[in-house]
Design a protein around this ligand. Structure first.
Ligand code: 5AD
Ligand code: SF4
Length: 441
């Protein structure tokens, strides 16, 4: 009999990707995924602790989902890496604690618990390449896939746990990435998103040519150029970037490679130079703005999204207004705003003058309103234009399909045939706050 597992994943795109691979590897080892936790023998939580109290959230979900049928509980990802064996103290129900670098070993750990060999297993090692060895099974490959090219972060922004959970920066070798992309494309993938915590600091081992050719590592733009040569690809994205690593060569790649979308996510976090210094971001707001302006000069169709943190320790209303000024200047297509969240063992957690939650709420609302104003303007700017859209899912109403244009704007159309996974040209006829509506040409 196949033991049944239920998996719940939270967090960033890297976690979404990891979770898909975990499900695939578990099934390959003879376990069966089910979508009803009530019937599961095994509960797996793949966690994120970038904001809020992630451990608490996982344990409350565990409390809700655990039944008399549950034989094994596994907690993985960044919470596991951060909390280590203290997870066993927080809940005696947990059997397996696995970090984000060892998920390829999860099925064997679960099997050991099921066999009665042990009650508790913990593995939070920083193994490097091994977990990337398992490709998705052919039948799981879809029209749009993530490919991890880089992991970890060396930037140590003072508010962030990622350098401690995902570890130091590591770039996968070019030949492995190219092999993964070719495999995906040969199985129907048309849109590739290259992912990494610091994707534009990618510096991967170059393919070996011969002894006379120096094997200098490739940067992101070189990798993208090689991927764009692979027959069958229609769209390439990468995420997420740090402003200091955006190079002129990468800007030129956007201008020169039609498959590379003229859109990228470059978080600034705050518009105040004093706060950026305290955040240890390594750039000022004018350095950031100058870089993005240069980007637009080199590739005039370029648009951007960003992340923002409001209410960082000591942030005054004046500092916050500097952030609003950046938004007014950049007029982002889409953006993500967060209230600063204190994270254990990060430098910002022990900074004086933490901002009260009510004040953070107020600033968040003001920032979101400003971001929304430009999001709507960007949506309206599409009116009566034709957009190439990759359709991803059905809409709320019968016959409705939703896809994304190159700028990640959601486009809704009606269609009598299923167009999920297909690129279509769409004439935009009206614009809303979170999407635009159009007609397939
Ligand atoms: N509090 C609030 N937001 C945070 N982020 C990272 N750490 C924190 C924190 N402690 C946000 C940043 C980052 C995004 C992925 O999450 O904006 O770019
Ligand atoms: Fe965290 Fe900063 Fe690294 Fe992004 S660049 S993952 S915010 S430390």
């Amino acid at each position: 009999m196949h033991e049944k597992f239920y998996l719940e994943a939270y967090g960033c795109q890297m976690n979404v990707y990891d979770a898909k691979v975990i499900i695939n590897l578990m099934e390959r080892s003879g376990f069966q995924e089910i979508l009803d936790p009530g019937d599961a023998d095994i509960l797996i939580f793949y966690t994120c602790n970038i904001r809020e109290n992630a451990a608490k959230k996982v344990f409350s979900r565990l409390g809700m989902l655990k039944t008399s049928k549950t034989k094994v509980v596994a907690i993985g990802g960044c919470v596991a890496q951060a909390e280590k064996d203290s997870i066993f103290k927080m809940s005696k129900d947990v059997n397996v604690v696995f970090g984000p670098h060892v998920y390829h070993l999860l099925s064997s750990y679960i099997q050991r618990v099921l066999n009665g060999e042990t009650k508790q297993v913990i593995d939070i090692d920083y193994i490097k390449d091994d977990k990337f060895c398992g490709k998705l099974d052919r039948e799981r490959v879809t029209y749009s896939e993530f490919v991890t090219i880089q992991e970890g972060c060396d930037n140590f922004c003072s508010y962030c746990v990622v350098p401690y959970t995902r570890g130091r920066e590591y770039s996968r070798p070019v030949k492995d990435i190219i092999a993964d992309v070719k495999y995906l494309v040969s199985n129907g993938t048309r849109a590739i998103t290259l992912i990494g915590q610091n994707v534009n600091s990618y510096m991967g081992e170059a393919p070996y040519i011969n002894i006379d050719v120096p094997n200098t590592p490739w940067k992101l733009e070189r990798l993208i150029r090689a991927i764009a040569e692979i027959d069958g690809i229609r769209r390439i994205r990468y995420t997420t970037s740090h402003p200091k690593d955006i190079s002129v060569a990468l800007m030129k790649a956007h201008a020169e490679i039609p498959l590379l979308v003229p859109f990228t996510h470059i978080p600034i976090q705050s518009g105040s130079d004093r706060i950026l210094r305290l955040m240890n971001r390594g750039h000022t707001s004018s350095e950031y703005l100058d870089k993005l302006k240069m980007f637009c000069d080199i590739c005039p169709t370029m648009q951007f999204s960003s992340d923002f943190i409001v209410g960082f320790p000591t942030e005054t209303f004046r500092d916050f207004e500097d952030t609003l000024r950046v938004v007014d200047e950049m007029q982002y297509t889409i953006s993500y705003a967060f209230k600063y969240s204190r994270r254990k063992n990060t430098p910002a957690d022990v900074m004086p003058n933490q901002i009260p939650d009510l004040e953070k709420e107020k600033r968040l609302k003001l920032l979101q309103d400003t971001l929304m104003k430009y999001q709507i303007l960007r949506n309206e700017s599409l009116l009566h234009k034709t957009q190439e859209v990759l359709f991803e899912k059905v809409g709320k109403k019968d016959g409705q399909y939703i896809g994304k244009n190159v700028y990640m704007q959601s486009v809704v159309v009606e269609s009598t045939t299923n167009i999920i996974g297909e690129f279509r040209d769409v004439l935009i006829e009206s614009a809303g706050t979170n999407c635009v509506f159009g007609r397939v040409l």
